[in-house]
Design a protein around this ligand. Structure first.
Ligand SMILES: CC(C)(COP(=O)(O)OP(=O)(O)OC[C@H]1O[C@@H](n2cnc3c(N)ncnc32)[C@H](O)[C@@H]1OP(=O)(O)O)[C@@H](O)C(=O)NCCC(=O)NCCS
Length: 180
C-alpha cells in the first residue's frame, strides 16, 4: 500500500540534511584482536545514513538497500570513528544517501579513510505506507556529480534486482521439479 499521491514538501538542499556522528570504539565493538567488527561498522553506517534521510524527508524511513562496502583500513579499540552522510538524490519515495567513514588515531590525530557506502532509504508514514519525499536540489558541482551518478546506480540496482529475482524463480522451479 502506498500513499505516494500526497504532496511532497518543497525541494531541499543537500546541506539541509547532511549529518555526522563520531563514535569511540570500545571493546564491545571489536573482535578478539581488538579490531572493529565489520557488522558494527555497517550498523554505524546505517544509523548515520538514516539521519540524513530523516532530515531530508522529515518522516519515518526504512533501509531498502546498502551497496557493496570495501573495508579499506582496520579500526582499533580506542580509535575515534567519524561518519558523514548526505542525500545524493531523492526519487519518488526513495533517497540515495552516501556515507563516508574516517578513523582518527587519538594519539597522533591522523585521519584515514575507512569505508564508503551508498544506501537507499524509503520514506513511510506511521502506517507503513510509502510517502513522497521532497526533491533534492544540487547546489555545487560535486553535488551535481553525485546527483547524476545516483541515477546510474539506481539503474544498476534495478537491473541487479531483476537478475536476482529471476535466479530465485529458476531455483524455486528446480526445487519444485526435484520434489523438495
Ligand atoms: C523497502 C520497501 C518499503 C519497498 O517497498 P515495495 O512495496 O517493495 O516498494 P516498490 O518496489 O514499489 O519500491 C518503492 C521504492 O523503493 C525503492 N526500492 C525498493 N526496493 C529497493 C531496493 N532493493 N533497492 C533500492 N531501492 C529499492 C524503489 O526504487 C522505489 O523507489 P521510488 O518510489 O523512489 O521510485 C519494502 O521492501 C520493505 O519494507 N522492506 C523492508 C525494509 C526494512 O525493514 N529494512 C530494515 C532492514 S531489515
Amino acid at each position: 500500500m502506498s500513499s505516494t499521491e500526497n504532496v511532497p514538501a518543497p525541494s531541499r538542499l543537500v546541506t539541509d540534511s547532511q549529518s555526522e556522528m563520531t563514535e569511540i570504539i570500545l571493546p564491545n565493538d571489536t573482535n578478539t584482536l581488538g579490531n572493529l567488527l565489520g557488522g558494527r561498522l555497517m550498523h554505524f553506517i546505517d544509523l548515520v545514513g538514516a539521519m540524513a534521510a530523516y532530515r531530508h524527508s522529515r518522516t519515518h524511513v526504512v533501509t531498502a538497500a546498502m551497496d557493496h562496502i570495501d573495508f579499506i583500513q582496520p579500526v582499533h579499540v580506542g580509535d575515534l570513528l567519524t561518519l558523514k552522510s548526505s542525500v545524493n538524490r531523492a526519487f519518488s519515495t526513495s533517497m540515495e544517501v552516501g556515507v563516508k567513514v574516517w578513523v582518527e588515531n587519538t594519539q597522533t590525530g591522523v585521519m584515514l579513510h575507512v569505508a564508503s557506502a551508498y544506501l537507499v532509504f524509503v520514506a513511510i508514514d506511521q502506517n507503513g505506507r510509502r510517502v513522497r519525499v521532497p526533491e533534492l536540489k544540487p547546489a555545487t558541482a560535486d553535488q551535481q556529480r553525485r546527483f547524476d551518478d545516483a541515477l546510474l546506480r539506481r539503474e544498476h540496482r534495478e537491473s541487479e534486482s531483476a537478475r536476482r529475482r529471476k535466479a530465485r524463480q529458476v531455483t524455486a522451479a528446480l526445487e519444485v521439479a526435484a520434489g523438495r
